[in-house]
Design a protein. Sequence first.
Length: 432
Amino acid sequence: MTEALIGLGLMMALALLRVPIAVSMGVIGFLGVAYLRDWNFAPAFAMVQTKVYETGRNYTLSVVPLFILMGNLVTRAGMSQELFRAAYVFIGHLRGGLAMATVVACAGFGAICGSSIATAATMAKVAYPAMKRLGYSDALSTGAIASGGTLGILIPPSTLMVIYGVMTETSIGKLFAAGVLPGILATFLLCMAVLWITWRDPQAGPRGERSTWGQRFTALKGIWTVAGLFIVVMGGIYGGVFTATEGAGIGAFGALCFAVARRAITWRTLFDALAESGRTTAMLFTILIGALMFAEFVNYTSMPGDLKHLVTSLNLSPIMVVAAICVIYVLLGTAMEELSMILLTVPVFFPLVTHLGFDPIWFGVLIVVVVEIGLISPPVGMNLFVLNSLLPEVPTKTIFRGVLPFMLADVVRLGILIAFPVISLYLPSLMK
């Protein structure tokens, strides 16, 4: 266990020195395996070769670039604006309605994007100007965008769940199904946080104009493509009609067809979407390969077994162990981005959690939820950085203050999901 802890410390030190996280994990994993073999580098080079080859040829991982491409095409087709508009005409007349519409639009966009940062960045461009015009406080506006953006990694399809499923050999389809009800719960609780904020300070979120039913039905016509795409992709995966990879391919092709039908895409924008998807995929695969190398080093050490023995000797209740793991994830979220957290910690925590008898699907949902909390945790939650860069006119302390009520809502959601695992496991239990 000592070697693993030293390796973890060195990896974190490299990351703090601004060495890319993929390089940090890969280098420590390589050197760690060589050290455990008495500085014999042949097994270390063989491990690198195996991880690169297996990751590149892994059919299941082809779902990642396809879902990324689907999100990029949908963004360029302007569907994010229509999601926001549809949510606004239904609830914009309520106090804080525009902020709640932002949260709902984030949930809808997350259902076709799969990225927290992309969701927050998109909604910062779409929703913030509208809230600013209506006189919303910057704290409420940025808090709703930052917290709503985290829904992108929970509501399927989720890139994070794909990576977790590949690393733990858990069904990706069941993980997607497990994220649906917690995603709905998250959307509801974040809207409740908006209501609480505007109850305390009515001026923070003034009411908008009430829309007619005719305007509402017109707005719904603009989002049938998003709803249809989600139903076809997730319904097909959930019903066992096709695999997650096949669903991703259908989703990407469907997004392309919609973009072409709306005349929202040119050869140039298509090239940009493909290039951006390629860059994002290359980044994710590089981090994944580095993480798998580090995980191989950890598995060679006695750390997983030692943790099991330590928990057994301390007679800790399983829920206390899960609570401690959740706290660790939130703390890591203040310094690391979402994918790095998952790739770094799953090899250490997953054997312990399964040893305690917890369902790996339930644990996967919990991980995503605590990562969401970490993404909006001051001082360096990644979604806060995104807003700080896109909205430089908003003071950083205002953004920090704005997310606190939403963090509380997320903590409540985490407690509910721990107390009632059936929320996460009901839909997967119905799958074939």
